[in-house]
Design a protein around this ligand. Sequence first.
Ligand SMILES: [Cu+2]
Length: 339
Amino acid sequence: MRSTGFVRRCQLLVIASVLGALTLAVGVPGPSAHAAGHHTWQVTVGVQTANGVISGMIFTPSQIFVKAGDTVVWTVGSKEIHTVAFGNPPADTDNEGAEGIDNPLLNAFEEIEEQFATPAGGSSFDGVSYYNSGIMTTLPEASGFPQAIQHYALTINAPVGAYTFYCLVHGPMMSQVVHVIPNDQAYPFTQEQYNSQAARQRASVFAQGWRAYAKTVSTVAPNTVSVGASVDTGQADVMRFLRKNTTIKVNQTVTFTNVTGDPHTVTIGAEQGILSYGDWNNVRLGDNVSSGLFGAAFTGFGLPTSVTFRFTQPGVYHYYCVFHDYEGMVGTITVVSGD
Ligand SMILES: [Cu+2]
């Protein structure tokens, strides 16, 4: 009797301790798991207003101070795609020609997309290797990158120093610094302080974007559409056609101008790639027509900054940007019968 009771108690203890271990394991979120004494720091990758109109090409907070053994977790804050990268990606190694891609623009875009989308470096940061999170977005299914992630974690095993990270999609203008400080030095900021800094940065970049939005909406000429908006300073992006809805008379034209640094298209009907197609000068209901990739940043590829479509049949034409429709970059042209 006595021994049986003792055995039962031992079994109960074993079961209890296993349950306790399971509870602990479940209670610790994956990316934040770390050894005792080490800290986990949170950084946000990109910011965007809830309606998607204003996107900020910033990491928040603007810099972070960590010690060896700490973990930094980056979490994406925008529909807009971004990456977290340290160092330079390797030169292209595959052969687009062998894949049947002979257009230089398509070749360049495929190479860039491969760079964005290929994670590198693992989860231990050594301070010298090339690291890439792969594509991050809050909308993986809609973005065209279903393999995209929302969290990226690195455990810092680099010497004391300053390490710049940046977004491969938006380039060095979207970059910040991780400072690795000596173990005997005090952390200059708490996570709460970083969160307050981040909130101020977010508000500032949204204000930049809304100023550009308001200015563009109030000045865009009839029969023209601004593709995005020109921002005086800062790292805001207006992810809209301005104005969104335009009404013209039949046989009139609409001119779309992309003065931003972003790749955009004006596409009507079925999506057939990122190059131009269809007859811009005779757009009719049911046609598939696209400007293809165009904009001020792509004139080096021989692409225009502005495109003009002539609409020759009354009706409502829905158009979108093939890169950013999932962020709400869509609009309509209503063509009415002329008198
Ligand atoms: Cu776009």
